[in-house]
Design a protein around this ligand. Structure first.
Ligand code: ADP
Length: 493
């Protein structure tokens, strides 16, 4: 590599609490497993760090251990290292991934939702900063993601930089993947972070009487971004701001939106060996065989009715209350509805009842199942995402990739990626509505079914357009590099 080429290459530490293929509960893990590969493919020195959870059994080597001060105790962090093979890179290359290991904090059955979250992730953040000089990696950028890494910017700026010049010249980007989950804890957790009571104030970490890790990231990171331009604007309003809108409005100049990509190499209907018949935009007749296979797998009658797919965390964010308002009417039509999800009992019950009442029309799997997800993307005709809010949404991107037409509420990333079908202009890649109501959802599903049933030629053109969309990572990764450069120049100001 020539000198001028290496000069523009950045050193990036990507911090995430979950990373595919090691641990996943939501979209953050997909992003954390893929964006670093796209950055690596551009030549940057990018490395990832995450906790070593009990469920992770991959080969890794131990590289260093050290004590981390947490409250008035010392807890041992063991740093282990593995790699993610860079399947987006032209030549053989790996993205290094570090694991912060501590038996007490991370060897538990779930990833999150414990009483001592403040301590677990406070430890995680401090261990990461302590690790850097020991592994001799001084990043230009620490890219923090969601509340679990929120304290890093404040610790870096107000603690570590004051005591060790190594930490000078490191900039921070904080990405909001979902503002609803904030990590809000009792005041005492300031001690865990070894921050003085001075930080319990409105211009620092205090938030409605608690210490808030998300707010720490929002207040102290050089640059903030979220995973779509529309969500970046929405979160500055009281409707979507989760009470953070005031803080975000004050930082409006530093907030950006970059829509996520998906890993096109790993999610490709032309080569995917998890589906029964491969297909592409050139010839997607094979999609039908995937539909029949899905019907068989879900014990539904094999027939040519429109199949609507839904793959989601069963959480109120995803619009299940407006589905509830029309589910009976929907299931009285000649359709099939295939649902894969897990989460809140009220929605699990709703779908269980629907399955009992309409056994020939509802296919239901409650739980997490990555293979079935692929079968649904490939085998369904439409993909339902009527979210109340949606920072980016990956479901609709996978659906497009597999030619299942998204039916969505136009919010956040759904608004930025799904263009409403327009027959006259021969445009659009899905069906979208704005008002959050069962009525608007009903009208939109009916519109989609109408095109499917009455205008098969138009429908096929729509599927072709969906299959030709490019929501792959390289485009978004380029935008991230621009953002990193803005953060670097900003932290020099
Ligand atoms: P969120 O991050 O809010 O959960 P996204 O749409 O951004 O929603 O990402 C969800 C990802 O998780 C998608 O890749 C989707 O296919 C996958 N997913 C969600 N629920 C399940 C499930 N029960 N089984 C398999 N995959 C799932």
């Amino acid at each position: 590599m020539t000198k001028s080429k290496t000069k523009n290459k950045l050193k990036i530490l990507f911090v995430a609490s979950e990373v595919v293929p090691f641990a996943k509960t939501g979209g953050l893990a997909d992003v954390a497993g893929a964006l670093p590969q796209a950055l690596k493919a551009m030549g940057h020195d990018v490395r990832i760090v995450m906790p070593k959870y009990k469920s992770i059994n991959h080969d890794m080597k131990t590289i260093v251990d050290f004590p981390v001060a947490i409250d008035d105790l010392n807890a041992t962090a063991i740093i282990r290292e593995s790699v993610i093979k860079c399947s987006m890179c032209e030549k053989d290359a790996n993205v290094p991934i570090y694991f912060v290991d501590n038996h007490w904090y991370f060897y538990r059955s779930r990833l999150y939702a414990y009483e001592d979250e403040a301590e677990r992730f406070g430890f995680f953040c401090r261990a990461i900063l302590e690790m850097l000089p020991l592994i001799k990696f001084k990043p230009d950028i620490i890219h923090c993601n969601d509340w679990q890494s929120g304290p890093i910017p404040v610790l870096l700026k107000d603690q570590y930089r004051n005591t060790n010049p190594f930490y000078q010249g490191i900039s921070t980007v904080f990405t909001i993947h979902n503002l609803q989950y904030q990590g809000s804890f009792p005041k005492e957790c300031l001690n865990l972070l070894r921050l003085s009571q001075e930080y319990f104030s409105i211009d620092k970490l205090e938030f409605y009487g608690e210490v808030n890790y998300m707010k720490a990231g929002l207040m102290y990171a050089d640059i903030i971004n979220t995973v779509s331009k529309t969500y970046a604007k929405e979160i500055q309003t009281s409707e979507y701001g989760e009470r953070m809108e005031g803080i975000l409005q004050k930082r409006a100049e530093d907030i950006y939106g970059i829509v996520n990509g998906i890993h096109f190499g790993e999610a490709d209907p032309a080569t995917d060996d998890r589906i029964v018949k491969n297909y592409s935009a050139k010839d997607f007749t094979g999609k039908k065989l995937n539909k029949y296979a899905l019907q068989e797998e879900m014990s539904l009658p094999k027939k040519d009715v429109p199949v609507i797919g839904l793959i989601s965390r069963l959480a109120s964010q995803k619009g299940f209350d407006i589905i509830a308002g029309i589910i009976d009417e929907l299931l009285n039509l000649d359709i099939q509805f295939v649902i894969l999800g897990s989460g809140e009992a009220v929605y699990e019950d709703m779908f269980k009842r629907a399955k009992e009442k309409y056994p020939d029309k509802v296919g239901l799997y409650l739980g997490f199942n990555a293979n079935l997800a692929q079968h649904i993307y490939a085998g369904s005709d439409m993909f339902l995402m009527p979210s109340r809010f949606e920072p980016c949404g990956l479901g609709q991107l996978f659906a497009l990739r597999y030619g299942s037409i998204p039916v969505v509420r136009s919010t956040g990333g759904l608004a930025d990626t799904i263009v409403n079908f327009n027959e006259e202009e021969q445009k659009g890649n899905g069906f979208a509505f704005t008002e959050y109501s069962s009525q608007a959802l009903r009208e939109t599903i009916f519109r989609a079914l109408d095109v499917y049933n009455q205008k098969p030629k138009e429908w096929n053109k729509l599927v072709k357009r969906a299959l030709e969309e490019d929501f792959s990572w390289p485009k978004s990764a380029e935008e991230y590099v621009k953002l990193y450069k803005i953060a670097i120049s900003k932290s020099k100001e």
